[in-house]
Write a protein that binds this ligand. Structure first.
Ligand code: XMP
Length: 521
């Protein structure tokens, strides 16, 4: 997957929870980087990636334990700058002749680092220490107790005498704290300084990415036909518009409407692609097929599997109409591609069977075009804006492939779906009106499989209860519930009950992930 057309920074992942944040900060500084797990960083990989700088991430291990991970020695022989963060610093010290000892006290949380020695003015500090010291976030058990020849201490904190160390001749740096997290307010600046001294010039922009991606798509596809499954989500839409810009009418999109879309969603997506972009589009209204197959199905996994299976069949059927397509386009993102560091090597449990068009490429003999494989979600949004997609569309919350089916626990009926659509529209309208939409990762209504007694006017009601869900998240892997004001919740409940016949009780779901998941099923 390595792209050789721009300078690359290699991040060697030792399994820290926040390794992806290093990449985020670097991308924000317009530096192209790739994360590879330490086990995969072989001499051959180093040759392929040919990095202009290397960052060694933090990690949960202790270098004092036998068998704990190391960087290939070659990393230190490439002649490029290396920055070790936390465990990465300790690995570097260990491998270059310093000493690391097991700490008896874990240091966790906020600390202050002061510049030390004659290198207080080193370029890695540029723009830092304006107030004399820098706030940083520490999280370590072990600590460095002796540094190798050539290294000097250039920053200290009361508990970490080797908070920042440097060999300024070889451009090797080590920090005991985590510059990539928000709790190190100037950490991003420190990382950017590191890339500058490595010779990066922050020229990896979305405009440049777009032009390059278009060139690569043309190169890959030639004059062959491409099909793309549109879900209405941001990723597949951006992929489609980008590919269309590259190869025009060689691209046909297939939008499978499974009858589980939100209010007005199918029209919005079809209208935008067919009318606004003039992209050839097959609108497959298969709602009868899907809703028929889901009739009486209450089990979440059975729902997901039914939808996944039908989706593949229907997509396959319509894609064949395109005739002779050789490629399938997918909106795969970088977080889906990064291989995670696994120490146990054991299989992870399946929490939910995710729905995608997996299985199709082999079945149909198609090759994949995945132009977003190098991007994070917010970069995809930036690319969407670069391609002229409307801001309101680009900023949309994620929507799951199985759609409203997994927001309707228990059996799905057309009535329930209709009530759910209208309640969801009111809720999202409320969120937009209050200017909260962009602060929230995802918000939706789930209709609950329970009816409750209420009173409206002079009459008794016996209607469905619903749950509002709104979460903040960086990547959907973990999430916190959104702290709406009571006034907002009260007003929203009131509107839903008054405007949506069929609901007489509104609850707010305050479960974080974990232990909950974002969707109810
Ligand atoms: P959970 O519910 O697992 O969801 O916490 C995490 C994120 O993934 C989305 N999601 C899906 N997206 N196909 C998708 O394309 C699926 O089958 C699927 N299931 C969940 C969910 O909306 C959230 O953003």
């Amino acid at each position: 997957m390595t792209d050789r057309s721009h300078d690359r920074l290699l991040i060697v992942d030792f399994g820290s929870q926040v390794t992806q944040l290093i990449a985020r900060r670097l991308r924000e500084a317009n530096v192209y980087c790739e994360i590879h797990p330490f086990q995969k960083v072989t001499d051959a990989l180093l040759e392929t990636v040919a990095p202009k700088a290397v960052i060694l991430s933090g990690g949960p291990s202790s270098v004092t334990e036998p068998g704990s991970p190391r960087a290939p020695q070659k990393v230190f022989e490439l002649g490029v700058p290396v920055l070790g963060i936390c465990y990465g610093q300790q690995v570097m010290m260990e491998q270059l002749g310093g000493r690391v000892e097991s700490g008896h006290h874990r240091e966790f949380g906020r600390a202050f680092v002061e510049p030390a020695g004659r290198h207080g003015g080193d370029s890695i500090f540029s723009g830092l220490f304006a107030q004399g010291r820098e706030e940083v976030w520490m999280s370590h058990g072990d600590r460095v107790t002796a540094i190798p020849p050539g290294f000097e201490v250039i920053g200290t904190s009361p508990n970490a005498p080797y908070a920042i160390i440097a060999d300024t001749d070889r451009h090797f740096y080590g920090v005991q704290f985590h510059p990539e997290v928000h709790h190190t307010p100037n950490g991003a600046k420190l990382l950017e300084n590191f890339t500058w001294l490595a010779g990066f010039r922050g020229d990896w922009t979305m405009g440049a990415y777009k032009d390059e991606a278009i060139r690569k798509i043309r190169e890959q596809v030639g004059d062959a036909k491409v099909i793309c499954g549109l879900s209405g989500g941001v990723d597949s839409s951006v992929a489609a518009v980008l590919i269309h810009e590259a190869i025009g009418d060689q691209l046909t999109c297939v939008f499978v409407d499974h009858g589980l879309m939100r209010l007005g969603e199918a029209d919005e997506v079809v209208g935008m692609f067919r009318d606004h972009y003039n992209i050839p589009l097959i609108h497959a209204d298969e709602s009868e097929l899907f809703l028929g197959a889901l009739d009486g199905v209450a089990d979440p996994e059975e729902k997901r599997k039914t939808i996944g299976r039908l989706f593949i069949d229907v997509f396959d059927k319509h894609a064949r109409e395109v005739g002779g397509a050789k490629f399938l386009a997918q909106g795969t993102l970088y977080p889906d591609v990064i291989e995670s560091v696994s120490f146990s090597g054991g299989p992870s449990v399946t929490i939910k069977s995710h729905h995608n068009v997996g299985g199709l490429p082999e079945k149909m003999g198609l090759k994949l075009v995945e132009p977003l494989r190098e991007l994070f979600k917010d970069e995809v949004r930036a690319l969407g804006r670069e391609l002229g997609l409307p801001a309101s569309f680009v900023g949309r919350h994620p929507f799951p492939g199985p759609g409203l089916a997994i927001r309707c626990p228990g059996e799905i009926t057309r009535d329930k779906l209709e009530i759910l659509r209208r309640a969801d529209a009111v809720y999202i309208d409320q969120i937009r009106k209050h200017g909260l939409y962009d602060d929230i990762w995802q918000a939706y209504v789930a209709i609950l499989p329970v009816r409750t007694v209420g009173v409206m006017g002079d009459g008794r009601t016996y209607d469905y209860a619903c749950a509002l869900r709104a979460v903040t998240s960086v990547d959907g892997m973990t999430a916190d519930y959104y702290p709406f004001s009571h006034a907002f919740l009260g007003e929203t409940a009131n509107r839903i009950i008054n405007e949506v016949t069929g609901i007489n009780r509104v609850t707010y779901d305050i479960t974080s992930k974990p232990p909950g998941t974002i969707e109810w099923e």
